[in-house]
Design a protein around this ligand. Structure first.
Ligand code: UD1
Length: 338
């Protein structure tokens, strides 16, 4: 079985990707220090896949520990690199943590990959690199240095770092995926998002509000220049996103020539915050009390993806809609409360 190292494989997107890799007959090796996850995710993966994934509890900025994993696991086909901090607000109050972890882990990983002759890398980037795009839907050729938070800027820097490293070592095959807004959960209810403390992101806040854990959702602004005044985002089901990683890895593995390419991974559709709330209520038959609050600093008004490149070149397309994602998110929330 072909081995694939998945850093951050116990995280939200990582765990769903591990499930897809296992279903495709690959052997993912999770490298994760569980700083933003829990052991229960590993059990959830096992419940879905029917076997436990291989797992090393290490911090990806720890060069020696990462080297040991590559040495012990033997030849690996490629790496999918998720391990990173991702809270936009925290990155403003703790920028050094973000620059250290997000950039440091990629530097260490590239060094260790070079030492072991591993050439294929799928990197977890974000639509945050676009900031507020001038044109929508936004394509990969739009300017990529508009990230408004330190978190977002680490993604810009990491993409640049990968391009520079690809110039230095043109035998690398690098695929960078710019995700839009990942939501939902595995339909089984065994894995999903595990927000620490009060969720910052919309859908976990919605599910916790519907469950009565939070009193009311605050909709951050209803005076934007959109149909209902709330912000527009491209919400992509995490299972679709996970499948995009499998496609990206296959694309890298089977590409004769070296590559360093970037792809948008979204649905191509924008939905407003209020549409998400209403759709959630409708699909799940539960109320989500909400109040309208002021705009959240740093929010862009609207962003959704031009996915023609990933559709054409990766042969990937989002298949699951907003309703399915919100149903699965609610199933997961209920599973968490059992
Ligand atoms: C942000 C990042 C994105 C990152 C993601 C994961 C930017 C521009 N985007 O996405 O790159 O991958 O976080 O952490 O930096 N909202 C409410 N009430 C809430 C929570 C959210 O109204 O309680 C609204 C927000 O104002 C926004 C939308 O819901 O309009 C989505 O917010 P969120 O889920 O936090 O994602 P982004 O900020 O779009």
């Amino acid at each position: 079985m072909k081995k694939v190292i998945v850093t951050g494989g116990a995280g939200f997107i990582g765990s769903h990707t591990v499930v897809e890799l296992m279903a495709a007959g690959l052997e993912p090796i999770i490298v994760d220090d569980l700083r933003n996850s829990q052991e229960r995710v590993l059990h959830g993966i096992e419940a879905i896949a029917g076997r436990a994934p291989r797992f090393h509890r290490i911090d990806c900025t720890d060069r020696e520990a990462l080297r040991r994993v590559f040495r012990e696991e033997g030849p690996v086909q490629g790496v999918i690199h998720f391990a990173a901090d991702k809270a936009v607000g925290e990155s403003v109050t703790h920028p050094l943590k973000y620059y250290h972890n997000n950039i440091g882990s990629l530097v260490v990983l590239l060094e260790v990959m070079a030492q072991h002759g591993v050439k294929d890398l799928v990197f977890s980037s974000s639509c945050t690199v676009y900031g507020q795009p001038a044109q929508l839907p936004v394509s990969e050729s739009a300017p990529d240095a508009n990230a408004s938070s330190p978190y977002g800027f680490t993604k810009v820097v990491c993409e640049r770092l990968l391009r520079d490293q690809h110039v230095a070592d043109p035998t690398l095959r690098v695929v960078m995926l710019r995700y839009f807004n990942p939501i939902g959960a595995h339909p089984s209810g065994y894995i999903g998002e595990l927000p620490l403390g009060v969720p910052n992101n919309l859908v976990p806040f919605v599910t916790q509000t519907a469950a009565g854990i939070r009193g009311a959702l605050t909709v951050h602004g209803d005076d934007y220049d959109t149909a209902d005044g709330s912000c527009l985002r491209d919400y992509i089901h995490v299972v679709d996103l996970a499948r995009a990683h499998l496609r990206a890895l296959t694309y890298a593995n089977t590409h004769e020539a070296p590559i360093c390419e970037v792809f948008n991974i979204g649905t191509g559709k924008g939905n407003s915050v209020l549409e998400v709330v209403r759709t959630f209520e409708e699909v799940n038959g539960v109320k989500v009390p909400y109040v309208i609050g002021p705009r959240r600093p740093g929010d862009v008004e609207q962003v959704f993806a031009d996915t023609s490149r990933s559709n054409k070149i990766l042969g990937w397309k989002a298949e699951l809609d907003l309703r399915t994602a919100l149903r699965d998110a609610w199933t997961w929330q209920q599973h968490l409360m059992q």
